[in-house]
Ligand binder design. Structure first.
Ligand SMILES: Nc1nc2c(ncn2[C@@H]2O[C@H](COP(=O)(O)OP(=O)(O)OP(=O)(O)O)[C@@H](O)[C@H]2O)c(=O)[nH]1
Length: 355
């Protein structure tokens, strides 16, 4: 007898040097979380606005690590202990963010997460926050910055409000060259679109455009730091025609730099009739996860792509080219290999308790 698959909780690592704006970004995420339940693990959450945490309903599910650098102070078993608390079903968390101390080696934390025995989590990517104004000086003082950027999935060039446009462009160019795997976004006061990191859960009864409690408390923008939002383009696709695994992988492998986020479900048709594949991409980070089709549910591929400066019409055309084109276009037995490379290994899968 099979049981419902357990939804794994993505764990995102938020890193960056002292004062880059990690806590500010985290506060922004908590404030704009709406229905999404974010669990937070930080070294010291004294800096995080308790109001923001209360609004996001997080107080009960926050774990403070107390002292010092997360990676040095916490060995893998301790990290697992904290994760075990945060991933209890009663916490009902949708995503966990770990703010690494400004001095921590994020790679070490990522390694610990990938090696974690907790079956309820999946590593959700590394976000590096850099201070645009201090970028050159930080690199000089901390040459390891380059190494951190090299493994980042999303780089937030923060404090964009504090530098001239040409300096910002130069920082962005350097960061882009140093972070070949990562998407690069600019921000002031960490105000990135939360959808770059996780799917927002719209609470039942909330109508788009309705004032929420957060809007009332904080205003829909922080007026004191008003800064134009980066223009994000969103492209949605919903089709009953299955996608060809090989062509979809070719599309994903060559996805343009400005495409920050992809999420949704994919139907690979006869290549795996039993399962739909959830897809989650942030920057160059990509994960697929098969899960049985819910009984009675229409078999649709549903994707949302978010980016900036992307050619939506061209992407739509490329995605249409991934659709199966009649019986002669049936995928062969090896065509799923490219997809399966991005599925968590069996020992990373949640263990199903079968009655
Ligand atoms: N001008 C400007 N100031 C910012 C921005 N983001 C954060 N700050 C300020 O920079 C300071 C440091 O921000 P934090 O969010 O505490 O930085 P952090 O990376 O969490 O710092 P540590 O916890 O020390 O590693 C605070 O005074 C923030 O208000 C920004 O985009 N522009």
């Amino acid at each position: 007898m099979t049981s419902q698959p357990t939804q794994q909780i993505p764990v995102i690592v938020l890193a960056g040097f002292l004062g880059a704006g990690k806590t500010t970004l985290l506060n922004h995420l908590l404030r704009s979380a709406r229905g999404t339940r974010i669990g937070v693990m930080v070294n010291d959450f004294g800096d995080i606005g308790i109001d923001a945490m209360t609004v996001a309903g997080q107080v009960g599910s926050t774990v403070s690590l107390g002292n010092g650098c997360l990676c040095c102070a916490v060995d893998a078993s301790e990290l697992d202990e904290y994760l075990e608390v945060l991933t209890r079903p009663e916490a009902r968390l949708d995503v966990i963010v770990i703010e690494a101390s400004g001095l921590a080696e994020p790679q070490e934390l990522v390694r610990m997460l990938l090696a974690s025995e907790n079956r309820r989590i999946v590593y959700g990517g590394l976000v590096e926050v850099v201070d645009a104004a201090e970028f050159a000086a930080t690199r000089e003082r901390h040459p390891e910055t380059d190494r951190h950027l090299a493994v980042a999935d999303l780089v937030v060039v923060n404090k964009a409000d504090g530098v001239a446009p040409e300096e910002l462009r130069a920082v962005r160019e350097t960061v882009t060259a140093l972070a070949p795997r990562g998407a690069v976004v600019e921000a002031a006061y960490g105000r990135i679109d939360p959808e770059l990191l996780f799917d927002r859960v719209v609470p039942e009864g909330e109508i788009a455009g309705q004032m929420s409690i957060e809007d009332i408390l904080y205003g829909s923008e922080d007026e004191e730091h008003a800064h134009p939002h980066a223009a994000y383009d969103t492209l949605s696709l919903s089709t009953p025609v299955p996608l060809h695994p090989r062509r979809l992988m070719a599309f994903l492998d060559s996805r343009p730099e400005g495409l920050y986020r992809i999420k949704g479900f994919v139907d690979f048709g006869a290549a795996d009739p039993a399962n739909r594949y959830t897809v989650h991409a942030v920057g160059r980070f990509l994960r697929f996860r098969p899960e049985p089709w819910p009984a009675g549910e229409e078999r649709l591929t549903q994707l949302v792509l978010i980016g900036s400066g992307i050619d939506a019409a061209a992407l739509r055309k490329e995605l249409a080219g991934c659709e199966l084109d009649g019986p002669d276009d049936a995928p062969d037995e090896h065509s799923m290999w490219g997809v399966l490379r991005y599925v968590p290994q069996p020992d990373e899968e949640p263990r199903e308790d079968t009655p």
